[in-house]
Design a protein around this ligand. Sequence first.
Ligand code: ADP
Ligand code: UDP
Length: 242
Amino acid sequence: MNKQNTKLSRENAIHEGKAKIIYKTTNPSLLIQYFKDDASAFNGKKKGQIEKKGECNNDISSNIFSRMESDGFKTHFVEKLSAREMLVKKVEIIPVEIVVRNIVAGSLAKRMGVEPGMPLSIPVVEHYYKDDDLGDPMINRFHMIAFNLATDDEIDYIEVEALKINEWMVNFFDRIGIILVDYKLEFGRSPDGILLADEISPDGCRFWDKATKEVLDKDRFRRDMGKLTQTYEEMRHRVLGG
Ligand code: ADP
Ligand code: UDP
């Protein structure tokens, strides 16, 4: 990829979200994701800043996407451009958040009335309608088709792919001493087919240390557990060294 083909300009921001800014580039099929230090939780009700989060998440996500690409997964990742910028292929995001769970935690513990920490006998894939105003409600395959969010074939592909990604992710994180509890994926349509998009970082995953069960993700921010920058740096250190 020729870096000269891309141009970063703040005037070219096409979306500012809770954790990232998306910039157009001079190449219409490429975008830049700029990773901010802003942190939010509980559907934006809790807001803050985590020093260095942006650069850690860019490093972690770029590293994971490039390993996945080498292992044959189709992602939007092109290259890491700078500390906080990732060059990606532009996709049309399918407005459904795919959550994959290996261990009970968060909203599943509440919904099923069980304590967090129970391993699931099979990975559980859930769908949430990506709409902040509605609080990302949980939906199923029927809603996705009835409301034209995705086709039957697209849902088939995404579910199979999410389970393959899960196998890869569980293995990778296990090797670096992390239990992968659950996480959120986003997929998008592109001329190259459906690609894994957005980011894979402690913002959208639950990571527990294998030995100590210490929480190493954004739950530390959600639950005011402290050591925020330290946690993101620890995950960066483990992922990059893995
Ligand atoms: P949000 O918008 O949910 O607050 P972010 O701050 O992470 O989230 O903003 C990033 C936005 O960019 C998300 O809406 C995400 O769906 C979108 N996105 C991620 N990857 C791509 C891509 N390759 N092409 C187009 N949009 C993308
Ligand atoms: N998640 C996310 N974005 C969302 C909702 C969930 O990244 O809008 C991730 C979250 O970090 C966790 C997993 O998806 O790793 C499952 O989240 P859960 O449904 O338990 O909701 P939470 O309790 O985190 O709100």
